[in-house]
Design a protein around this ligand. Sequence first.
Ligand SMILES: [Zn+2]
Ligand SMILES: [Zn+2]
Length: 316
Amino acid sequence: MKKILFLAIILIVIITLGLPLLVNLITGPEPEAGNMKVHLFHHDSGQTEEIDLNEYITGVVAAEMPATFPVEALKAQAVAARTYVLKRLMAGGVINSEHPGADICDDHRHAQAWISKEQMKERWGVIDYYRHYYKIRQAVDATGNTVITHEGKMIDPVYHSSCGGVTEDSGSVWKYSIPYLKSVNCPYENNPRLIQTVRFTLPQAQKALGIDLTAIPVSTGSSPVETIEQTATGRVKTIRVADVDLPALLVRQRLGLRSTNFSAKIEDNQLVFTTVGYGHGVGMCQYGAKGFAEQGYSYKEILKHYYTGVEVGPMD
Ligand SMILES: [Zn+2]
Ligand SMILES: [Zn+2]
């Protein structure tokens, strides 16, 4: 009896999850851009694999954004991922001395993170894999061959996890200010883990920052930690720790902080940081995109909000 019940459950799962996927695979229209190929270098195996563009984009969205996010947010992420890789392909491929013969790799430090179907199964479990994969793949296919352009050229569609209410101007993080990467408000950001506090012992902080903190526990008078300079959006630009001025970007990097939107203090002989948001804050805010989608905005509206003065439409 138990066995029959078990088989019945399996059958129901297959019908509800597997059937739509199967139908879609058989009857689904093949989007134009989906026929393009991407030569993807895998860091784990050291191999370069040729895969369909939309299959590549699906793996990026799966790696870069929670699958539980609303469909319009997933579509926005898909269009950003497509724009990123096509910008490389269109330019005749970025000269990639690290991975010769490949267009792109699966490491987020070199390009965009990407995971395979096997990694999706490991990450989500088999049942959720079918549910999530189908949802993401549909979102990717639904955007056809849509890309983001500024003055007729594909943009650098940078994004981050969570800005904390206002995105950052590109010029505050990088050398150059890019016209479509301006600071914008992020009114609907919906991130349950917005604030994080991390503590470092003074020896830990001293080692990571490369400055002498031995005087801090007994120091009196002026505060041992203070913000010297802020960016236009209120993020920290320069912080003074034990009379040494440090760029906040460097402090973030050295200590692995979630963002430069932080406050710092000394407490119980520890250097304590409280950060707001996660990431550099430039371009599309993923939790903000989630919030916009929950408010009923479309992926095009979301992208046009975060990338100033752009067009969102089919590739020429
Ligand atoms: Zn790489
Ligand atoms: Zn945001």
